[in-house]
Design a protein around this ligand. Structure first.
Ligand SMILES: *[C@@H]1O[C@H](CO)[C@@H](O)[C@H](O)[C@H]1NC(C)=O
Ligand SMILES: *[C@@H]1O[C@H](CO)[C@@H](O)[C@H](O)[C@H]1NC(C)=O
Ligand SMILES: *[C@@H]1O[C@H](CO)[C@@H](O)[C@H](O)[C@H]1NC(C)=O
Ligand SMILES: *[C@@H]1O[C@H](CO)[C@@H](O)[C@H](O)[C@H]1NC(C)=O
Length: 394
């Protein structure tokens, strides 16, 4: 019989591994080296088909070779379950970087992880999903923000439909403003048939507010409606050259201790005019740049330009290599400025349970139970052996 010290040594090694995993992200027992909490919460309506898109391709600075067949390398999981979501004919289906719900139910809420793995490396991105009752929802919680300038004729776009549309020409939408169905053509509005656009003539501040677009969708003989809510902001003509920060908004951002987080500061710059706009981040009112924190744990990303729904934006990311406790006490702010004006918006972090940390907690606990058990057994055996010896002697 080996001494219990041998088992103590084993436990010690496991505990060290657990700690090392937290600090250096070693990949023992299949945990990923790169664990990212996606900044955006998905909020969807109960009863509607929904699709989560694995944002792994957004984190492509890792240069993971995704050109090959994704479905061979990408897996989906719910919460801390180790069971892969596969289902072909089930309500929830994983197809490469998409996770489909036909339809979403209230109990689907929780965390979903997509994991991309090759033989030596692994990235895990966690997404938070909230499912809301359709008649019991604050519109701003599910709305997509869009901006238009007053005194122009412009359009809004029914967003995020690409995965549901097979043939764009068949696109048949209905548009509502504050739940009133809009006619196909009026003085103010015009459906742009065969597209996802609604024209708005001569925009005035009164045109701001909530719009809903609705798409009919059939899956396996069942008819569904997919709705998108747009919160339209009107920007006065005089402010057309001012930078407008559209993200972060005033909602807090979920962050998990120990995981990576990337928050974009997204600035609307109108239609091609970015008028020398500069965008930067502050942490407790000091600059976040490559040199501000000696360990480089929190940095600012490159200046990027992007186009979305026919609008131009500038994006500068705030990158946390690993979320620590102090980040919840720090004031992060994004600032956008050009010669016409400036805007400042805070990004508040909200602590979330680290959903995939079972390894660090469960394994040592299980081992401690095991060792206590084995030690008891060892003691019991030893005392029995002594008894036997005493009995044999007498
Ligand atoms: C796995 O991916 C990592 C990260 O992109 C890469 O450095 C490594 O070469 C890949 N390994 C194999 C075997 O493809
Ligand atoms: C990718 O792999 C899956 C599963 O092996 C297979 O069903 C699918 O046809 C492949 N797709 C392509 C484009 O090779
Ligand atoms: C998933 O996570 C949510 C939120 O933490 C929790 O309420 C729910 O019970 C979890 N579901 C499972 C199956 O663990
Ligand atoms: C910011 O200030 C708070 C206290 O006001 C402090 O707890 C936190 O550590 C500071 N953060 C940084 C990055 O210095």
């Amino acid at each position: 019989m080996r001494s219990p010290w041998f088992l103590f040594a084993v436990v010690n090694i496991y505990l060290q591994d657990a700690v090392a995993f937290k600090v250096h992200r070693l990949d023992k027992t299949g945990q990923c080296q790169e664990r990212i909490m996606h900044f955006k919460d998905y909020v969807v309506q109960q009863g509607e088909p929904t699709v989560l898109k694995c944002p792994i391709l957004h984190y492509n600075h890792l240069n993971f070779n995704t050109a090959s067949n994704l479905s061979l390398h990408l897996k989906w999981y719910k919460n801390d379950s180790k069971n892969e979501i596969t289902g072909v004919d089930s309500r929830i289906q994983a197809q490469e970087d998409l996770l489909w719900f036909f339809p979403a139910r209230l109990d689907d809420f929780g965390y979903y992880a997509c994991v991309l793995r090759n033989s030596s490396f692994c990235i895990e991105v966690t997404i938070s999903l909230t499912v809301v009752k359709n008649n019991d929802v604050a519109l701003q919680d599910i709305a997509y923000r869009q901006d238009v300038f007053t005194l122009t004729s412009d359009h809004i776009v029914c967003p995020d439909l690409t995965d549901f549309i097979t043939n764009v020409r068949d696109l048949d939408l209905r548009w509502y403003k504050e739940s009133v169905l809009l006619p196909q053509l009026s003085k103010k509005f015009e459906y742009v048939v065969g597209t996802n656009k609604l024209n708005i003539n001569d925009v005035s501040p009164a045109d701001g507010g909530f719009y809903t677009c609705e798409l009919g969708f059939t899956h396996q003989g069942k008819r569904y409606h997919i709705t998108r809510v747009i919160q339209l902001h009107t920007i006065e003509q005089e402010k057309r050259n001012h930078p407008v920060i559209v993200y972060p908004n005033h909602k807090s951002i979920e962050a998990a201790l120990g995981s990576k987080l990337i928050i974009p500061c997204k600035v609307f710059t109108g239609f091609g005019r970015n008028s020398g706009t500069v965008v930067w981040w502050l942490a407790n009112n000091t600059f976040v740049d490559r040199n501000s924190l000696p360990d480089g744990r929190v940095t600012e990303g490159e200046f990027q330009k992007m186009t979305e729904n026919d609008r131009n934006y500038i994006v500068v990311q705030l990158i946390f290599l690993e979320i620590r406790e102090e980040d919840f006490q720090t004031d992060f702010k994004c600032i956008a400025r050009n010669e016409y004006g400036s805007q400042v918006l805070p990004a508040q972090l909200r602590k979330t349970v680290p959903v995939f940390s079972w390894y660090t907690v469960v394994v040592p606990a299980a081992l401690i139970c095991l060792i206590v058990g084995v030690m008891c057994l060892y003691k019991f055996r030893k005392s029995r052996a002594q008894k036997d010896y005493i009995q044999a002697k007498s």
